[in-house]
Structure formats: C-alpha cells, structure tokens
Design a protein around this ligand. Structure first.
Ligand SMILES: [Zn+2]
Ligand SMILES: [Zn+2]
Length: 139
C-alpha cells in the first residue's frame, strides 16, 4: 500500500493524529448518534486501518456511545475525532473534517439515511443507504 503522511487534529490543536496510509473508505453518516455527538446534521468519516493511525500529541477523551463502540474527542475543545467498533476489528474511523486537508479523501456514499433529518438534503449524486453500506452496524 502507498505510504502517506497525512495529519489532522481537533479545533484547538491539543490533540493531533497522523495517518501513514490512505483510508480504505470514506463516507457521510446521517445516524442519530453521530448527529448528537457532533451537534451537526451529518458527519463525514474516513476508515483507516488501525495500524496506520496514531495520536501524536495530546490524549483524547474516550466514551462508549453503545456497547461495542468507542469514540474519542478532544477533552479541551470537544471536537469528535474517532470511532472504533468491536464489530470492525483493526479499523478506526476518523472524522474527515478534522484532517488538515479534508479535500483529500472525498466520500463515496451516504449511510444511515433512515435516521436523516428531513431538511438535510445532499445533491452530490452519491449512493445512499438506509443503514450502513454493508448492512447494519453499531452506532
Ligand atoms: Zn481540542
Ligand atoms: Zn453515524
């Protein structure tokens, strides 16, 4: 796999992370949990192999939004940073818009449209799924 050196972090800069390989997926999640943890209508995520992801500076706060899921955020400014589910071992999702350059990895689809807020309408023509693109998964 191509090796990259891509960085990102939270709004205040206290927590910084690094990717050493390109993501294996990129999507926009419309689920209720992502909405509540971010206060935003939808949240874009890239999926990275965990061995290619590392926090460089700062220690993120962690919480479990449902049984198999651990999410992290900056304890100082609150930016949501990562999502990890026991149902997808070896993978970690990183909030796309915390990348220093979110243009780098545009989404390929939308997930969890069954939870969508009625006025959230994307006209990007990308495929949309009522749940996750691979069937149901924990949020
Ligand atoms: Zn921060
Ligand atoms: Zn979600």
């Amino acid at each position: 796999m191509e090796s990259v050196d891509v960085e990102g972090g939270c709004f205040c800069g206290k927590v910084r992370y690094r990717l050493s390989a390109p993501p294996i997926g990129s999507m926009v999640c419309h689920c209720q949990t992502c909405r509540r943890i971010s206060g935003a209508p939808a949240v874009a995520w890239i999926t990275v192999e965990e061995r290619h992801f590392s926090f460089m500076t700062g220690e993120p706060a962690r919480f479990s939004s449902s049984d198999p899921v651990e999410r992290t955020f900056c304890p100082a400014c609150g930016t949501p940073l990562t999502y990890r589910s026991a149902s997808c071992p070896g993978e970690i999702d990183v909030a796309t818009c915390t990348l220093d350059d979110p243009n780098q990895y545009p989404p390929t689809h939308h997930s969890w449209l069954s939870h969508n807020v009625s006025w959230v309408i994307f006209a990007d023509g990308l495929p949309s799924y009522p749940e996750s693109s691979t069937g149901s998964s924990a949020v």
